[in-house]
Design a protein around this ligand. Structure first.
Ligand code: GDD
Ligand code: MN
Length: 365
C-alpha cells in the first residue's frame, strides 16, 4: 500500500530555545500522522544557552542537528535546513511552541490531498487567530501584511503571507536557491515571490503565547522587513518616483516650449497650453512605466492600461489644473509650490492605483 501522506522534513530554527526544545520534539512526535515518513532538522546558530547541546542529547535516527558557527539569522537558518533536508516537503516550525505542533497533522493532510506547492499555517483565515498579543503587536502585524500586499503581487491573495509556520515543496526552493535572498525573518515572502509557486493554500492555526524565553523580533527586525519588501519589489516605488520626477521636467519643459513657439497658448489660452504639457508628461510617464518600472507586469491590453493611467494621474492633474486657474486669475501662490503640492498629494494615489489597478499582475507565468 502506498503511503497516504507526503513525506516531510521538519525544519526547526533555534536560537536560545534550551527550555523549549525537548518539549517541542516530544510534541512533534505525538502529533505527526502515524504512518508519515519524516525527519526533524534543528538549525541552531551556536546558541549561548547551549540549545544545540541539548538537541544533540535528544538525537535519534530521525533527528539532525545543524550547529552553525559564525552565522546568525532566521531566514538563512531555514534555507540551510532546506538544503540539508531529504524529503519532498519541508515544514518550518518555530521552536518556542507558538506554532502548536497539533496543527502539523492537518497541514500534512492538506498538502497530501491538494499537492500544493506551499501550505501556509494561517492566523488570518477563518478558524485561525492569535492568542495573547497586545493591540500594538497585532497592528504591527496587520500593517506589515498590508505593506507586503501593496508591493508584492504574489501575496495579495494570501491572508497571512507573514506566517513563519508553513510547508513548501523542497524542489521549488532548491531549484530557485540562487534567487533567494534570505534576509531578516520573512523567508515565506521570498519563497512566494521568487520560487513561483503555482498552488498555495492556507490552513488555519492559532498562534500561541511563547512557552519560555523571549522573542528575537525587535525594532531591527521591523526595519529589516521594510528593506526586505522594497528589495523584493525591485525598488519599484523609487523607480516610480524617479519617473514621476522626470515627468515634472517634461511638463515644465513642454510648457516653456509652447510659450516659445506659440505664446498665445500661454498668454490667452493658458488652459490649453497647460493641458498639452500635462498630457505630454502623462504619456511620457506611461511609456517609462511600461518599459521600466512595471516592465514585468504588462498583463492584458496596453490601451486599457493607458486609459487607466489617466485615471491614476487624475488627482495630480486636477491639482495642477486648479493651480493653473488660480495662477491665471492672479490668486496665485508660487506655481512651483502649487506644482509640488499637486505632486505630493497625487503621488501616493498614482502609485497605489498603478500597483493595484493597472500593472497588478505579472506578465509571465
Ligand atoms: N537559527 C536561528 N537563528 N534561529 C532563530 C534566529 C536566528 O538568528 N532568530 C530566531 N530564531 C528562531 C527562534 O529560536 C524561534 O524558534 C523562531 O526562530 C522564531 O523566533 P521568535 O523570536 O520566537 O520570533 P517571533 O515569535 O517574534 O516571530 C515568529 O512569528 C512571526 C509571526 O508574526 C516567527 O515565526 C516569524 O517568522 C513570524 O513571521
Ligand atoms: Mn516566537
Amino acid at each position: 500500500m502506498t503511503n497516504q501522506f507526503v513525506n516531510v522534513s521538519i525544519v526547526v530554527p533555534t536560537y536560545n530555545e534550551v527550555e523549549n526544545i525537548s518539549l517541542l520534539l516530544s510534541e512533534i512526535w505525538k502529533n505527526v500522522p502515524k504512518d508519515m515518513e519524516f525527519e526533524v532538522i534543528i538549525v541552531d546558530d551556536n546558541s549561548p544557552d547551549g540549545t544545540w547541546r541539548k538537541a544533540v542529547e535528544l538525537l535519534n535516527d530521525d533527528v539532525l542537528v545543524v550547529r552553525r558557527i559564525g552565522f546568525k539569522g532566521l531566514s538563512t537558518a531555514i534555507v540551510d535546513g532546506v538544503v540539508f533536508s531529504a524529503k519532498d516537503y519541508v515544514l518550518v516550525i518555530d521552536a518556542d511552541l507558538q506554532h502548536p505542533p497539533e496543527y502539523i497533522k492537518n497541514m500534512v493532510f492538506e498538502a497530501s490531498r491538494s499537492d500544493a506547492d506551499v501550505v501556509i499555517g494561517s492566523r488570518y483565515v477563518k478558524g485561525g487567530h492569535v492568542e495573547g498579543w497586545s493591540r500594538t503587536r497585532l497592528i504591527i502585524s496587520k500593517t506589515a501584511t498590508l505593506i507586503a500586499k501593496l508591493f508584492l503581487p504574489s501575496t495579495r491573495e494570501i491572508a497571512d503571507p507573514m506566517s513563519g509556520f508553513f510547508m513548501v515543496k523542497r524542489k521549488i526552493v532548491i531549484e530557485n536557491l540562487t534567487k533567494l535572498n534570505p534576509y531578516g525573518f520573512k523567508i515565506l515572502l521570498e519563497i512566494l515571490e521568487r520560487c513561483n509557486p503555482q498552488k498555495v493554500i492556507e490552513v488555519p492555526y492559532v498562534f500561541k503565547p511563547r512557552r519560555y524565553g523571549k522573542s528575537k523580533l525587535g525594532a531591527k527586525t521591523i526595519i529589516q522587513y521594510i528593506f526586505h519588501v522594497l528589495k523584493l519589489s525591485g525598488w519599484r516605488p523609487f523607480k516610480f518616483a524617479l519617473v514621476g520626477l522626470a515627468g515634472v521636467g517634461v511638463n515644465l519643459g513642454i510648457l516653456n516650449l509652447i510659450g516659445y513657439l506659440t505664446p498665445l497658448l500661454i498668454s490667452e489660452y493658458f488652459m490649453v497650453g497647460s493641458a498639452i504639457a500635462i498630457e505630454a508628461s502623462v504619456i511620457f510617464n506611461f511609456i517609462l512605466h511600461e518599459l521600466w518600472t512595471f516592465r514585468d507586469r504588462r498583463f492584458g491590453n496596453v490601451f486599457t492600461r493607458f486609459a487607466l493611467f489617466h485615471v491614476s494621474s487624475a488627482p495630480a492633474i486636477l491639482i495642477q489644473y486648479l493651480s493653473s486657474i488660480s495662477i491665471k486669475y492672479g490668486l496665485a501662490m508660487n506655481p512651483f509650490i502649487a506644482q509640488l503640492i499637486g505632486i505630493l498629494i497625487g503621488f501616493p494615489f498614482n502609485y497605489v492605483f498603478s500597483e493595484l489597478g493597472i500593472w497588478k499582475r505579472k506578465s509571465v507565468y
